[in-house]
Design a protein around this ligand. Structure first.
Ligand SMILES: [Zn+2]
Length: 135
């Protein structure tokens, strides 16, 4: 189910990848922000899991994070997440098949390169381990 028709990322996949990879930080920032609770990110997760309005809840989360003092909002979380698949492949040796881990739900654009002695992360959306693929 990985090939062909599923190559196009769903709407909001890059923002969702920031949530998937940085959920703990986002929760912490929300708790210390003006709203004082994790509601905005919980609504994003619920929408992603249940097929709800992901783009709309992401927009609200983004605005709440900005209101909490981070002008970048959700975009501030995307750098080391490798949120945009393919963009960061340039500097990496692709002459052999590199394993890469992708969001198991296929809902977000997150990917993760295996690191020695680092356990495979969980997807925050589906609560399962990222799935292994080869480039
Ligand atoms: Zn994910």
């Amino acid at each position: 189910m990985a090939d062909g028709s599923e190559t196009a990322a769903p709407d909001g996949a890059e923002r969702l990848a920031a949530v998937c990879a940085h959920l703990k930080e986002i929760r912490g920032d929300l708790r210390s922000g003006p709203g004082g609770d994790e509601g905005p990110v919980e609504r994003v997760l619920a929408a992603a899991r249940n097929g709800g309005d992901v783009a709309g809840t992401l927009a609200v989360l983004h605005a709440v994070l900005q209101a909490g003092g981070d002008p970048q909002g959700l975009h501030g979380y995307t750098d080391q997440a490798g949120a945009i698949r393919g963009l960061r492949l340039a500097g990496i040796n692709t002459t052999r098949a590199e394993p890469v881990y992708l969001c198991p739900a296929g809902r977000c654009a997150r990917y993760w390169w295996p690191l020695p002695a680092v356990p495979v992360p969980h997807c925050a959306i589906s609560n399962t381990l990222l799935r292994r693929e080869r480039l």
